[in-house]
Design a protein around this ligand. Structure first.
Ligand code: PMP
Length: 438
């Protein structure tokens, strides 16, 4: 019996049957440091996934640990009814970094809640429950956010309080426009957007989109797509919500936010963030133009949103990120890592495509006939784990490996992780070949 089996069995007995765990023998992680984590048996792993990008800077970053423990030892009231110095300061910094003029910030505890709040604001402001979203998108699994999640393999129900119109463009290499060059692709997607608007029942509230689709497999449209969309939206008074839950805080290397790759369009009306900003503590949030944020008649929309301990963590983490130019590190080390992964992919038949930006790399896998291979992804995850590397997977068919290490990743660690991944891919390719011939 594996050492993790008793805990796994207790997990299965008491938790929902749909709550998936990675790995044939699920991992119990006990602690971390820098870019490494350890499991209950004492085995060390290089972490190339950061718990789905939640560990943004580093595991057990001393600056964040200190901020959390000091605040936890001081006062633990958790409600938005009182003033909190860290909350106000973090909001000021997020507002000024957001690029949205006269921005207001509301904190939540997760990305789903942040998107839920953004949808609440946009639908209330516009008096419409019609939303535009991208095919293959992921925005969360609450009642409203499943309704804008185009990647249906990740959305547990088709019921939703929203009327959603899905448009093309989030994935460059898929759909009827895949053969077009970037300029024509953008034109075709903008025309598709206009066409969808022609099918709407009057007022449409907003477009919600991830600049790089995360769960969808780290796929990005050509730069400028959202600038073209923005022109169409502005003509109709429709708001633009950019979901920066995965792309925020400089992870894409060239920009602090994913929307800035489409900068000609100017800033979005609403921006949501979560995951990494708390470096493991639960923080999400929505930033919006003041008139949009202030359209609600409410006292608050959350008790825990922006609780003092998480705000102290977020502030310490953001300060570290900026002082150490981790966006620059994501650009430099992420660029090297992508180059290395592309070279590895060129030598392996199981690798269909390597893509990404900064420290967000997607490795899409295919079988010998070129069809998506979730099996190859599952095998690679297992082999990488054996070899001491944690990675993620995603994509519509679950056949894309996702690499998104903490943003303090060093060049040596990038090279070490890439070498392990190469070996894991080679072994997965052998497994597939053996299965096909047996
Ligand atoms: N938006 C995006 C783009 C995400 O990737 C995720 C989480 N994978 C969410 C929203 C939801 O965030 P959370 O899981 O914190 O609710």
């Amino acid at each position: 019996m594996s050492p993790a089996a008793p805990l796994r069995d207790r997990h299965r007995a008491v938790m929902p049957s749909w709550l998936a765990l990675y790995y044939d023998e699920p991992l119990e992680l006990t602690h971390g440091e820098g870019r490494h984590v350890w499991d209950a048996s004492g085995k060390r792993y290089l972490d190339f996934f950061g718990g789905i990008l939640t560990t943004m800077t580093a595991h057990a970053l001393p600056e964040v640990t200190k901020a959390v423990s000091e605040q936890a030892g001081r006062i633990l009231h958790t409600s938005t009814l009182y003033l909190d110095r860290h909350m106000v300061e973090l909001a000021e910094r997020v507002a000024s970094l957001s690029g949205i003029p006269d921005a207001r910030v509301f904190f939540t505890t997760s990305g789903t809640e942040a998107n839920d709040a953004a949808l609440l604001l946009a639908t209330t402001y516009r008096g419409s429950n019609q939303i535009l979203a991208m095919r293959n998108s992921y925005h969360g699994r609450s009642f409203s956010t499943v309704g804008v999640t185009g990647n249906t393999s990740w959305s547990p129900t088709s019921l939703s309080p929203l009327q959603t119109l899905y448009v093309h463009g989030g994935v460059r290499g898929r759909g009827p426009y895949a053969h077009l060059d970037d300029r024509r692709f953008i034109e075709a997607c903008a025309a598709d957007l206009e066409d969808m608007l022609g099918q709407a029942h009057g007022t449409v509230a907003a477009l919600i989109a991830e600049p790089v689709q995360g769960v969808g497999g780290f796929t990005a449209p050509p730069d400028g797509l959202y600038a073209a969309f923005r022109e169409v939206l502005e003509r109709h008074g429709i708001l633009w919500i950019t979901d920066e839950v995965q792309t925020g805080w400089g992870r894409t290397g060239d920009h602090l936010w994913g929307w800035q790759a489409h900068a000609a369009s100017g800033p979005p009306d609403l921006l949501t963030f979560a995951k990494g900003i708390g470096n493991g503590m639960s923080i999400g949030g929505v930033v919006a133009r003041a008139d949009v944020m202030n359209c609600l008649e409410a006292n608050s929309i959350s008790t825990f949103g922006g609780s003092p301990v998480t705000m102290a963590a977020g502030l310490a983490n953001l300060t570290y990120l900026i002082e150490h130019d981790l966006q620059g590190n994501a650009r430099r080390v992420g660029g090297l890592l992508l180059e290395r992964l592309r070279a590895i992919g060129a030598g392996l038949t199981v690798v269909h495509e390597v893509r990404g930006r900064g420290l967000m790399a997607g490795v899409e896998l295919a079988g010998r006939d070129g069809s998506p291979s979730p099996r190859a992804a599952a095998r690679t995850l297992e082999h990488a784990r054996e070899l001491g590397l944690l990675i993620g997977k995603g994509g519509r068919e679950g056949n894309t490996l996702r690499v998104a290490p903490p943003m303090t990743l060093t060049v040596a660690e990038a090279e070490e992780g890439a070498a392990i991944l190469e070996e894991a891919l080679r072994r997965a390719q052998q497994d597939l070949a053996a299965e096909e011939t047996s």
